[in-house]
Design a protein around this ligand. Structure first.
Ligand SMILES: [Zn+2]
Ligand SMILES: [Zn+2]
Length: 103
């Protein structure tokens, strides 16, 4: 099963196409832009509390049969957070000083 490659930041709704270098994901594929991860979320996923890593870029070229953006297209379903800005800030404040490997 491939990564979904969700099309937007779940916090600010910025577009994050499959070749975006500023897309970040948690282990559940919750997807945000690097700016929100740094300045709003402080490396705390609002959904699961985990940390983030850069999302790998799916090759546009079909280097191997059946494997490319064209053959395995990204998700088109935009995802938005259901928590309030205040709730997310409190959640981040509670967790951000705990290293991701100890959460
Ligand atoms: Zn964002
Ligand atoms: Zn998450």
């Amino acid at each position: 099963m491939a990564l979904q490659l969700r099309p937007n930041c779940e916090y600010c709704d910025k577009d994050l196409p499959p070749d975006a270098t500023n897309a970040r994901i948690c282990s559940y594929e919750c997807t945000f832009c690097a700016d929100c991860v740094e300045t709003k979320l402080h490396n705390v996923c609002p959904n699961c509390g985990g940390g983030f890593v850069p999302r790998p870029i799916r090759p546009a070229s079909e280097w191997r049969a059946g494997l490319s953006v064209a053959k395995r297209p990204p998700s088109t379903t935009r995802v938005r957070l259901s928590y309030s800005v205040e709730d997310i800030a409190a959640h981040s404040a509670r967790i951000k000083d705990i290293p991701p490997e100890r959460r």
